[in-house]
Design a binder for this molecule. Structure first.
Ligand code: PLP
Length: 437
């Protein structure tokens, strides 16, 4: 484990780390990272760790990717940033055009982090209904155990008590419908049958609440923060039909699952649906720079277009459409195209699943599941503190992993090799076999 004592004491004193009880840093010091190469993180002592969760799901093509580095460096010599109100630039225009072609949604609004994309989509949806004479349609419905970010609006549609309960008095009331999470299927019930049963619950909800509901927001196919809960695409197909029938927007939060994580460029493709809004962030810049995009339909865009200023979407962030971030995103799209990454990942995922078969068969492993470039399982007998113990044990074996509660998951950068994966499987098995974990 990293032992740059000086850096660790300075970080404890000066940096307030995210999603962390700072007192726990004594027992679990953060990894002191000096540099990265491909899927590897290198600490200040030169030790290497496989970044098996893509630095919180953002990294796609490895650290210090030469092609993304080159794009950003080139842009640095031109213009680093200019405000996007009253100005425009080639990178943001080209990125918007290309995202429109890929999603079928022709209008792109930008933010910085995933949570800002959620805020934009929620505000835009409610404002659309106001502009179309239905201001009472301003409520939101989301899935049980869903996660959409941690600013107040995003937290209102999130359903993770650990993140939400403390701030409940600050939040707007929203409603949750049952999650199609396949782990919750009844004994003998298929994932698809369970998904459709949950869609019936959504239908019942919308039948009562559609008149006061602006949008249904959903993480397509995988609820990441819930512990990589996976579900059948039939749910999304039905949700699309129900939202259309009840005149409620469908917001696809592809912040985590977009850019190939589920095996298609966007998860919605597997249900063959087009949402009214798609939220993108995380992988959009390959894990390089903060950028978020919300794409929407011509119909939504048209409802804001007019002579009255207040009819427009008067929302902004200082770094909206930052040129460096847009160039990183364009380099990412180039990589997907030129290297045919989706097809290559399909082959890679099969190979990785084979390598992880020994993990799936381990007696402590339950609900082993896989979709695209995500693998997850629960440790059956995990006791309090499992996540931190597993994290520390994995580090000792050269792997950077952070289980969510009892759920261990792997979401590697796409440049991870079969050899890297064999090392990871060995490390995970060693952690599972360690009686102290
Ligand atoms: C991470 C995440 C967000 C929030 O993104 P931030 O960049 O952390 O604000 C929103 N929705 C989903 C599904 C996420 O995984």
């Amino acid at each position: 484990m990293a032992t740059d004592k000086n850096l660790l004491s300075r970080t404890r004193a000066a940096v307030w780390h995210p999603c962390t009880q700072m007192k726990e840093l004594d027992a679990t010091p953060p990894l002191a990272v000096a540099r990265g190469e491909g899927p590897w993180l290198v600490d200040t002592e030169g030790r290497r760790y496989l970044d098996a969760i893509s630095s919180w799901w953002v990294n796609l093509f490895g650290h210090c990717n030469p092609r993304i580095n080159a794009a950003i460096t080139d842009q640095l010599g031109k213009i680093e940033h200019v405000m996007l109100a009253g100005a425009t630039h080639e990178p943001v225009v080209e990125l918007s055009e290309r995202l429109a072609r890929l999603t079928g949604l022709g209008h792109a609004f930008y933010g910085s982090d995933g949570a800002s994309a959620t805020e934009i989509a929620l505000k835009m949806s409610a404002h659309f209904w106001r502009n179309t004479g239905l201001p009472e349609k301003n409520g939101f419905v989301s899935l049980k155990n869903g996660y959409h970010g941690e600013t107040l609006g995003a937290l209102s549609v999130t359903d993770i008590p650990l993140f939400k309960s403390t701030y409940a008095p600050l939040l707007r009331h929203t409603m949750q419908v049952p999650t199609p999470d396949a782990r919750l299927a009844a004994p003998g019930e298929s994932a698809e049958a369970y998904a459709l049963r949950c869609a019936d619950a959504l239908e019942a909800h919308l039948a009562v609440h559609a008149a006061t509901t602006a949008a249904f927001i959903v993480e397509p196919l995988v609820q990441g923060a819930a512990g990589m809960a996976m579900y059948h695409p039939a749910y999304l197909k039905r949700a699309r039909e129900l939202c259309t029938r009840h005149r409620v927007h469908l917001i696809a939060d592809e912040i985590a699952v977009g850019f190939g994580r589920t095996g298609t460029l966007f998860a919605c493709e597997q249900a063959n649906i087009r949402p009214d809004f798609i939220c993108l962030s995380k992988g959009i810049t390959g894990g390089y720079l903060p950028l978020a995009a919300v794409l929407t339909t011509d119909a939504v865009y048209a409802a804001f277009y007019g002579d009255a200023t207040a009819r427009g979407f008067l929302h902004s962030h200082s770094y909206t459409g930052n040129p460096l971030a847009c160039r990183a995103a364009l380099a990412v799209l180039d990589l997907f195209e030129h290297d045919d990454v989706i097809a290559a990942n399909r082959v890679k995922a099969d190979e990785f699943s084979g390598i992880l078969a020994a993990v799936a068969a381990h007696p402590r492993v339950r609900h082993f599941r896989h979709l695209g470039m995500i693998w997850a399982f629960e440790a059956t007998d995990a006791s309090a503190g499992f996540s931190a113990r597993f994290h520390r044990a994995a580090l000792a074996h050269g792997v950077f992993l952070r289980p969510i509660g009892h759920t261990v998951y792997v979401m590697p950068p796409y440049v991870t090799t079969a050899d890297d994966m064999r090392g990871l499987a060995k490390a995970v098995l060693a952690c599972l076999d360690d009686p102290a974990v």
